[in-house]
Design a protein around this ligand. Structure first.
Ligand SMILES: [Zn+2]
Length: 318
């Protein structure tokens, strides 16, 4: 009996030492103290959505898919939800402005995910976490990754606008050159300073810009928005909840106004039932409130083309 106790004690001791080493190792991974500059925007003129949708400069929008993280879409929420076994599409977007150049909204996965499945270029800490929270079942395709899309459309991005900095939205950053501007809400930088291992995807990059929503315009229903290029072609909308500094984007596309929601809206059905994600939302109640605003906006403008965070769009509200 004493022997068993001794073994248990040694076991617990070894486990504690291992845990401390692991935590120290994980904290060491990535980087800290990201220096940021406020992304400068032209003078903001408050106008109506009708005005923006009808008169402004139009932009080319290319939505692309980089794979699917297979799994249950609706943990803990509703067992009978339709499409719940379709998994999480991992998406990215190219926007092409006539005079301002090419930009991306999020990246999706890069080519390393297909070459080195399932977690590709992910740092050790993220691989460990993904092993714990996912079933490791990613559907990846040789011909679907950001590297190939950049080549296919001859895109040289000036910058990447991020919805937020969760791994599946930033893992393709190594595909762009180090001088590309990385643009996001400043609260996401606080997040990456805490979750340093996520910084591994951004290693070597040195052009970090933050969106200052205090200088934005108050637009009906959606609240604080930034008219990024000053011509109504591309607007950043503060949509916190899924993450503290989550941002969605209105793209005044040549095919009609589009809303790139990021994970403020996971799927089309998230709008129908105002559903978030009990595990992945940083602040679930705030995410519900934010999504309610988006729902009200889409009720007023059902013509808006929707690109949800984890469902390959386009989809429509109705
Ligand atoms: Zn997310």
């Amino acid at each position: 009996m004493k022997k068993i106790f001794k073994f248990a004690l040694i076991g617990t001791g070894l486990f504690s030492v291992f845990s401390v080493i692991l935590i120290l190792f994980l904290l060491k991974d990535g980087f800290t103290d990201v220096k940021t500059v406020i992304f400068s925007v032209p003078e903001q003129n408050a106008v109506s959505w009708e005005n923006i949708f009808s008169n402004s400069e139009k932009i080319e929008l290319i939505a692309y898919n980089t794979g699917v993280m297979e799994g249950d879409r609706y943990p803990e929420i509703d067992m009978d939800m339709p499409d719940r076994n379709k998994g999480y599409d991992v998406n990215g977007y190219i926007i092409r402005h006539k005079t301002r150049g090419d930009f991306l909204v999020d990246t999706g996965f890069d080519e390393s995910f297909y070459r080195n499945p399932p977690f590709g270029n992910s740092p050790f800490a993220i691989k460990l976490l993904l092993n714990l929270i996912s079933n490791n079942n990613f559907t990846l395709h040789e011909d679907r990754n950001i590297n190939l899309y950049l080549k296919k459309y001859a895109v040289k991005p000036e910058g990447i606008f991020f919805t937020h900095l969760h791994f599946d939205h930033i893992a393709g950053v190594p595909a762009v050159t180090d001088d590309v501007k990385l643009i996001m809400d400043g609260k996401e930088i606080n997040f990456i300073n805490k979750a340093q291992s996520l910084g591994s995807y951004l290693k070597g990059k040195n052009n970090f810009y933050t969106l200052d929503f205090s200088k934005g315009i108050d637009m009906p229903v959606l609240g604080k928005c930034i008219d990024v290029f000053g011509d109504g072609s591309f607007l950043a909308i503060s949509t916190p909840g899924h993450s503290a500094g989550h941002v969605s984007y209105i793209v005044n596309s040549v095919n009609g106004p589009a809303l790139v929601t990021g994970d403020a809206v996971f799927y089309k059905n998230s709008l129908k039932y105002n559903l978030g994600h009990k595990i992945f939302d940083a602040d679930y109640d705030r995410a519900v409130k934010t999504r309610q605003k988006i729902i009200e906006f889409l009720k007023l403008y059902p013509e808006v083309i929707i690109y949800p965070g984890h469902e390959a769009g386009p989809v429509y509200f109705n």
